[in-house]
Structures are given as structure tokens and as C-alpha cells.
Write a protein that binds this ligand. Structure first.
Ligand code: AGP
Length: 366
């Protein structure tokens, strides 16, 4: 209750603004420049145990699941260990094969989400090794897991998760770095990731400073009844999270698609009334993503590109730029403007930002 708005109009705004310091807190004492690795003492896993992990699976609900998807990509890219993410709700209701050589990561801001807790309990019953990636210390999931990585995002009140989600992905980058450095990841590559992580708070600050421009874009498209969010590979979980945030607080119908899936059906929906937000990380797939934008434009669809790549002038109707960092960390930076886009769209529509209809901050009942 002593957690105040501190001059902000609502908690979502406050929590978005707090992201640079929240990231810095998550990194504090955990990055090791000398050995180009991360220290996550709460995992309770020594280098031999870390090396024995054959695959990693992230389990969470909603945005925590999308963060898990970003985490899985980081683990595969940096550690070359097979990794995936699954909604904890699905996991608990099917009869999963529990792999004794896998590391399971239960992802939750609140640590109280019933579906994630049930997945952890099922895993433990079947001998799975599960750690938590949890924000609230002492929460049910943190206690049930007994080990893991705390997110250190600070209290999060707004139903729409922002800083906790960011710190999930930052924590997974450190986990991936650690798993990589006890395997094949070179010291030089590890140093690159450490440097990239250290740069994040300042870079996020720069994205947040683009607030007025993103508010202008949000107002321009706030009348839309439907929106697409498109991305491929690193951009795909970003697109999913962007659509989720917009739905949650603006009530605009938003759907995320892998860009290449567009032509297998959803392209039929594109017209002048259907804006698409296209995520374009500065990676090997820029040309493909330019192709996606052209496909949408050719059908008269407005395009908002969110990118740290160099795009041809006039390609998209609007371009939101984020700083360029280490490519593996792009999903973190590319997600921030989508929070602002959802926020300003919801504000333009007069929505109750912190308490969207039909939703609770943590879902503790089935
Ligand atoms: C995020 O904006 C949502 N409110 C929601 O998807 C949330 O991430 C999900 O319910 C999981 O919550 P948790 O992280 O507290 O487990």
C-alpha cells in the first residue's frame, strides 16, 4: 500500500518509466566481465550440472509465456541447447513427458498464477528439475521451485505487465550466457553479450524518450478495429507480446502472425482499415521483412514498422526506431515501443489503463 504513483497518472506509465532502473537492478552483481559470463547463484547448479542440461523448457502464461519464448531463442542462440516455451496452462492439462535431463523454467511475475503453479507441481511429481523465474519473493511458485532467478523488477501493480516482462527476458539472457559459457560460447562472444546487457538501461531510456512520437502514431491508428502484429524469428515473440498488450488495455482486436504465414491465409484480411505493426530486427532477415511490408502495402494496408534496421525511405507509413545493440538482445528493445503504442492507443480511447475490463493482475483461480 505504500507503493505510490509518484506523480505518474497511472501505474503502467510509472512501471514503463522504471524499466531502465529495473534492468540495472536485475543485472547488479550478476555480470562477470573478467570471465565474460553471468552469476546466477540462486539456480543452485554448479558448472557440471549446467553442462549436463540437455534441453530447456520455459513455462508461463500470457506475457510470461511470450517472455519464455524469447528466453528459448536466447538459450538456443547463445548456448546451442535445444529450448522451447509452452503455455503452462496447456502443459498441466496434457500428460507431458518429463525429461530428467531438461531444465524447466517456471516464469511468473506474481508467482501466484495457478496454471503455472500446477505445472510446477506436476513436474516435481514426475521428477522434473524446475527452477523459477519469479518477481515476487516468497510467492507460491518461488517457494514450490525452491531455486531460480528473481527478477528484481520491483512491485508491479498495472495489470499490463511491462517491467517484469522486460526483466524476465534480461534474466533469460543471463541464463543463456551462463549456459553458453560452460559450453561452446567463446569469451569474445560472451563479452559482447555482457556489454550488450550493460548498455540496455541507457538504450531503453532512449526508446522511452520517443514517447511523444509514439503517442502521435497511436492516435493516428486508434480508430482501427483490428490490427496485425507481424514478425519472424526474433521478431515473432515481440509481435505476440505487442498484440497482447494492445488487446489487453485498448480492447482493439490484435492478432500476431509469423510474417511468412501471412500468405497462407491472413493476408485476405489486409485492407486500408487493417493496420499492421511489422517488427524488423537488424538481422539477416531484413530483406524478408521488407518483403512482408511490401506485401501488406500492395493490398493497401497501413504499416507501422518497429525497427533498428535501415529501411528504405517511404517503405512504411510510420517507422518507430530503437537503438541498435547486440542482435540476440533485440527482442528486449523492440518490445518497449509496443508497450508505449498500446498505452497511448488505450489513452486515446479513454480506457482504464491499470484495470482493464475482465482481467485480474494475477490469475489465481482456474
Ligand atoms: C500481461 O500483461 C498479462 N496481464 C498476463 O498475460 C500475465 O503476464 C499472465 O497472467 C501471467 O502472470 P504472471 O507473470 O504473474 O504469472
Amino acid at each position: 500500500d505504500d507503493y505510490e504513483l509518484g506523480g505518474h497518472t497511472d501505474f503502467m506509465r510509472k512501471e514503463m518509466t522504471e524499466q531502465p532502473e529495473a534492468i540495472a537492478r536485475a543485472l547488479r552483481g550478476r555480470l562477470d566481465e573478467r570471465f565474460a559470463t553471468a552469476h546466477l547463484g540462486g539456480l543452485g547448479l554448479d558448472p557440471m550440472a549446467l553442462r549436463a542440461i540437455k534441453r530447456v523448457k520455459f513455462l508461463g502464461c500470457g506475457s510470461a509465456y511470450y517472455a519464455g519464448q524469447m528466453g528459448a531463442a536466447l538459450v538456443e542462440e547463445l548456448a546451442r541447447v535445444p529450448a522451447d516455451a509452452e503455455p503452462a496452462s496447456e502443459y498441466r492439462y496434457r500428460n507431458p513427458v518429463v525429461d530428467p535431463d531438461a531444465l524447466y523454467v517456471a516464469v511468473s511475475q506474481s508467482g501466484e498464477t495457478i496454471d503455472t503453479l500446477a505445472a510446477v507441481q506436476e513436474l516435481r511429481r514426475k521428477g522434473g528439475r524446475v527452477i523459477g523465474a519469479v518477481n515476487v519473493v516468497g510467492s507460491a511458485i518461488a517457494r514450490e521451485c525452491g531455486s531460480g532467478v528473481f527478477l528484481h523488477a520491483g512491485p508491479e501493480v498495472s495489470v499490463a505487465s511491462t517491467k517484469a516482462l522486460t526483466n524476465m527476458t534480461v534474466s533469460f539472457a543471463m541464463l543463456a550466457l551462463l549456459l553458453g559459457r560452460v559450453r561452446d560460447l567463446s569469451a569474445a562472444a560472451g563479452t559482447r553479450v555482457v556489454t550488450g546487457l550493460r548498455a540496455l538501461p541507457g538504450q531503453v531510456e532512449r526508446v522511452l524518450a520517443d514517447d511523444a512520437e509514439i503517442a502521435r502514431i497511436a492516435k493516428r491508428y486508434a480508430h482501427a478495429r483490428h490490427m496485425f502484429f507481424l514478425g519472424r524469428v526474433r521478431g515473432w515473440p515481440v509481435a505476440r507480446e505487442g498484440a497482447q498488450k494492445l488487446k489487453e488495455i485498448s480492447y482493439i482486436h490484435a492478432e500476431a502472425y509469423q510474417s511468412a504465414e501471412l500468405k497462407h491465409g491472413p493476408l485476405a484480411l489486409v485492407d486500408a482499415e487493417m493496420p499492421s505493426v511489422v517488427i524488423v530486427p537488424a538481422d539477416d532477415l531484413v530483406a524478408k521483412n521488407i518483403g512482408t511490408i511490401e506485401q501488406v502495402k500492395a493490398r493497401g494496408g497501413p504499416v507501422i514498422a518497429v525497427t533498428n534496421a535501415d529501411l528504405p525511405d517511404g517503405l512504411a507509413d510510420e517507422v518507430i526506431r530503437v537503438p541498435r545493440g547486440e542482435p540476440e538482445l533485440d527482442p528486449i528493445l523492440l518490445t518497449i515501443p509496443l508497450q508505449l503504442l498500446a498505452y497511448h492507443t488505450a489513452t486515446a480511447l479513454g480506457r482504464d489503463i491499470d484495470k482493464p475490463r475482465n482481467l485480474a493482475k494475477s490469475v489465481t483461480v482456474e
